[in-house]
Write a protein that binds this ligand. Structure first.
Ligand SMILES: *Cc1c(COP(=O)(O)O)cnc(C)c1O
Length: 380
């Protein structure tokens, strides 16, 4: 055991030791050791998870329906309840697409889809800043891969031209709204690039954008009017959708192929039907939440504009980085902000590159302008 103790000591001495915070939640507030703080690290972008009213409305809407708290099986065996198909059809139709397939989480989706679809004859070209779950999916797939510089489509195009003929298929993989910098991919440009050859496939993860962006809450793909042209459009329910799980929107053929080959789908118990019903309930509400999205946008502009030159200028969304630099300084700054009543956490290597440790602020529609102004005064 001393091996792991020593490893832990090394992590601690570099200022990167992680601990599970023991906190209590109450709406947008977090309480830790008797101190109440405004949660500035929430993924509940529309404030739906914090809304008891919505939950009551949901519970009333499912009166008399059979929606157990466990599916007791993988969907391929006996765990497939009608509500799954209902949600999948609903999602596909929201995007005007043929099919959608649910996964238990974004992590399951991202570690299941690429290993199912990519092989040694497939080249994966992924943005340098894609989420850890995508990296794990790429590694699990065993396919050759290259990372292009973040949002550098010139480099991506050169890589495509150089390699596409040597492979049967090429996958371009990106997030739409990046989780650490809060900036946004140019999906239309990526669609244009993928159309330059018939063997190029585009994979987009909208985890941070679904619900929070687009006129009807359908993400950056809706905002940039290209949802119909993204081969694999992934989204998750654990953030703005205030639930749990994930989906991929794709063609009917790819859906059927994934049902036959995606291991996290085949070998894991499906989410509880009750949970899926809640997701469906929220999904159907998405178009009506435009006011919340607008408030989130105003909050984001206010904060990003005041953090200009310190990371704010990078952000194009409700995720705003405040870059401190060294891990220990960053941890100290976050601690200071928590003392002042703002629940902030440092994001350190290996999550972000060395020397760019940051306080990553994520806003919600529940936060008031006045609270952001107070935070800005305190961060300076
Ligand atoms: C949060 C996140 C995931 C993981 O989704 P879970 O449902 O929490 O497993 C995947 N991709 C991105 C980009 C994310 O931010």
């Amino acid at each position: 055991m001393t091996f792991y103790e020593e490893k832990l000591a090394t992590i601690e001495s570099s200022g990167n030791l992680r601990r599970l915070p023991r906190v209590e939640h109450q709406g947008k507030w977090i309480t830790d050791g008797g101190r109440r703080m405004l949660n500035l690290f929430s993924n509940d972008y529309l404030g739906l998870a914090a809304s008891e009213e919505r939950q009551e409305e949901f519970l009333a809407s499912i009166q008399g329906k059979y929606l157990p708290l466990s599916s007791s099986s993988s969907r391929l065996l006996t765990g497939n309840f009608p509500v799954y198909t209902e949600l999948e059809e609903r999602i596909a139709s929201s995007f005007g697409r043929e099919a959608a397939l649910l996964f238990n989480s974004g992590y399951h989706a991202n570690t299941g889809i690429l290993p199912a679809l990519a092989d040694k004859r497939t080249l994966i070209l992924a943005d340098k800043l894609v989420h850890a779950s995508i990296i794990d999916g790429i590694l699990l797939s065993g396919a050759p891969f290259l990372r292009y510089r973040h949002n550098d489509y010139g480099q991506l195009e050169r890589l495509l031209r150089k390699h596409e003929k040597a492979y049967d298929r090429v996958f371009i993989v990106t997030e739409s709204l990046f989780s650490m910098d809060g900036d946004v991919a140019d999906l239309r440009k990526l669609v244009e690039l993928k159309k330059t050859a018939s063997n190029i496939c585009l994979y987009v993860d909208e985890a941070h954008a679904i619900g929070a962006r687009g006129e009807n809450g359908l993400g950056i793909a809706e905002e940039q009017a290209c949802a119909g042209e993204i081969d694999l459009l992934v989204g998750t329910f654990g953030k703005a959708l205030a639930s749990m799980g994930a989906y991929v929107v794709c063609s009917r053929v790819i859906r059927e192929y994934l049902v036959n080959t995606a291991r996290p789908l085949i070998f894991s118990t499906a989410l509880p039907p009750f949970q899926i019903a809640w997701t469906l309930f929220v999904w159907e509400k998405l178009p009506s939440l435009a006011e919340k999205r607008e408030k989130l946008r105003r909050n984001s502009r206010l904060l990003a504009d005041s953090l200009r030159g310190k990371g704010g200028e990078i952000s194009q969304s409700h995720i705003v980085p405040f870059i401190v630099g060294e891990s220990e300084d960053c941890a100290r700054k976050a601690e200071e902000l928590r003392r002042k009543g703002f629940y902030c956490l440092p994001v350190r290597p290996p999550t972000v590159p060395k020397g760019t440790s940051r306080i990553r602020i994520s806003l919600t529609a529940d936060i008031e302008e006045e609270e952001i102004r107070r935070f800005i005064q305190n961060i300076e």
